[in-house]
Ligand binder design. Structure first.
Ligand SMILES: *[C@@H]1O[C@H](CO)[C@@H](O)[C@H](O)[C@H]1NC(C)=O
Ligand SMILES: *[C@@H]1O[C@H](CO)[C@@H](O)[C@H](O)[C@H]1NC(C)=O
Ligand SMILES: *[C@@H]1O[C@H](CO)[C@@H](O)[C@H](O)[C@H]1NC(C)=O
Ligand SMILES: *[C@@H]1O[C@H](CO)[C@@H](O)[C@H](O)[C@H]1NC(C)=O
Length: 411
């Protein structure tokens, strides 16, 4: 007798959305986890341990080496920053590694035109065992982050139950909204439910989160990139439509600049994440990154494509027996990003096609710019045959744009 009205209330209670107006294009920045993990050994490794120093040095690099001005504005802390809770339950940063606290780091980031992101976990503990945000702490922690002037929260899901997550993620979205501070919200929720309906409700996620991790953590290897890509492509009919301005799928960080990818593979991850309208969170040592890797990450045309205002996630449109795949992302003004991707392991492959074979039939005359070489391919009608040469585990990426309508009266 008592249960029924309670359940009804839960069902009819309006879900308070996030609606913070943030991330109208996929976010860009730097996130500590993949490269720096939970290295807390500041005695022996002071330059690389999770500490105030690491984040300040990365902030300096973001501001001084061109990153910020290209859009890489988020400076994001991941796990292993927490020192405990004070007598009133308020979160505290580890006082040895973050002697000035998180509010200081946020001020520092803001003084350089950057935004600060922080990490917590909706559960008893974070994934690495630090104090988590249990349901009774959601509002308090949201208020703490707002007081510190944090700009983004990644909320992980270790040490929680299905029910905790179903209650906790919407509750945190509402709590962040109630702080009055626009705080972007990254939800790891779907990754803990297998990433697919019916266990995951993507329209609910789009209401409460700015981005969400659908699948496994990325590791520093090409195999890991491919396994994530394979999963996203296998489920693209579900995932592609749910992304859009303010709410994005997140296949996890960029590995570019680390140890696991070849030059071709680094270019491929950048191109594929860009057509997928994925967040571009670098996780590499910006103090020592090579000029070659910087060129990949700072390619202005790729960033322009990535930040396209329509915010449409691209799709794989073709997969050939020759292990060549084609990806397409529609952009404003009838332009497209095209990625020709080779999974071959032998030698550069000559792939011949036409726009019509890619179903890009139109009366437009197109021109393409090869994003990595800068070469211009002009005079493309929909039946023009062309050939691209794709290196093993590499891509050819085109920015394709109309230059005039054919068959229209000339004035
Ligand atoms: C909170 O949500 C309302 C709409 O429900 C929105 O107008 C407002 O901007 C949001 N505030 C913040 C800080 O996200
Ligand atoms: C979290 O801790 C509470 C209290 O100790 C316990 O009852 C619960 O089972 C824990 N939850 C998980 C998912 O470990
Ligand atoms: C998913 O969430 C939306 C928005 O909150 C809701 O309207 C819809 O009923 C939910 N769908 C399912 C299948 O539960
Ligand atoms: C082109 O369109 C046809 C008909 O809708 C479809 O069968 C085919 O898969 C499409 N090809 C590509 C490359 O999108």
């Amino acid at each position: 007798m008592l249960l029924k009205p309670v359940l009804l209330l839960v069902l009819v209670a309006p879900v308070l959305g996030l609606e913070n107006g943030l991330m109208q294009t996929p976010p860009m920045g730097w996130l500590a986890w993949e490269r720096f993990r939970c290295n807390i050994n500041c005695e022996e490794d002071p330059k690389n341990c999770i500490s105030e120093r690491l984040f300040m040095e990365m902030a300096d690099r973001l501001a001084q080496d061109g990153w910020r001005d290209l859009g890489y504005t988020y400076l994001n802390i991941d796990d292993c920053w927490i020192g405990g809770r004070d007598a009133s339950g308020r979160l505290l940063a580890d006082h040895k590694r973050f002697p000035n606290g998180i509010a200081f780091l946020a001020d520092y980031a803001h003084s350089l035109g950057l935004k600060l992101g922080i990490y917590e976990d909706l559960g008893n503990f974070t994934c690495m065992g630090y104090p988590g945000t249990t349901l009774d702490k959601v509002v308090q922690d949201a208020n703490t982050f707002a007081k510190w002037k944090v700009d983004m929260l990644k909320l992980d899901g270790c040490f929680s139950t299905v029910e905790d997550r179903a209650q906790g993620y919407p509750k945190m979205a509402a709590a962040l909204n109630a702080t009055g501070r626009p705080i972007a919200f990254s939800c790891s929720w779907p990754a803990y439910e297998g990433g697919l309906p019916p266990k995951v409700n993507y329209s609910l996620l789009a209401d409460i989160c700015n981005l969400w991790r659908n699948y496994d953590d990325i590791q520093d290897s090409w195999e890991s990139v491919l396994s994530i890509l394979d999963w996203f492509v296998a489920h693209q009919d579900i995932l592609q439509p749910v992304a859009g301005p303010g709410h994005w799928n997140d296949p996890d960080m960029l590995l570019i600049g680390n140890f696991g990818l070849s030059f071709e593979q680094a270019r491929s991850q950048m191109a594929l994440w860009t057509v997928l309208a994925a967040p571009l969170f670098m996780s590499t040592d910006l103090r020592t990154i090579s000029p070659q890797n910087m060129d990949i990450l700072q390619n202005p045309l790729i960033i322009k494509i990535h930040q396209d205002p329509l915010g449409i996630q691209g799709r794989r449109i073709l997969m050939h027996k020759t292990h060549i795949e084609v990806y397409l992302r529609p952009l404003v003004s009838e332009a497209y990003a095209l990625v020709f991707f080779s999974r071959r392991t032998d030698m550069p492959f000559r792939y011949s096609t036409s726009l019509a074979q890619l179903n890009l039939t139109s009366s437009n005359l197109y021109e393409a710019q090869n994003v990595y070489t800068g070469d211009i391919i002009s005079g493309l009608r929909d039946d023009t045959k062309f050939t691209v040469i794709i290196n093993p585990s590499g891509v050819v990426m085109w920015y394709l744009y109309p230059i005039k309508k054919l068959g229209m009266s000339q004035h």
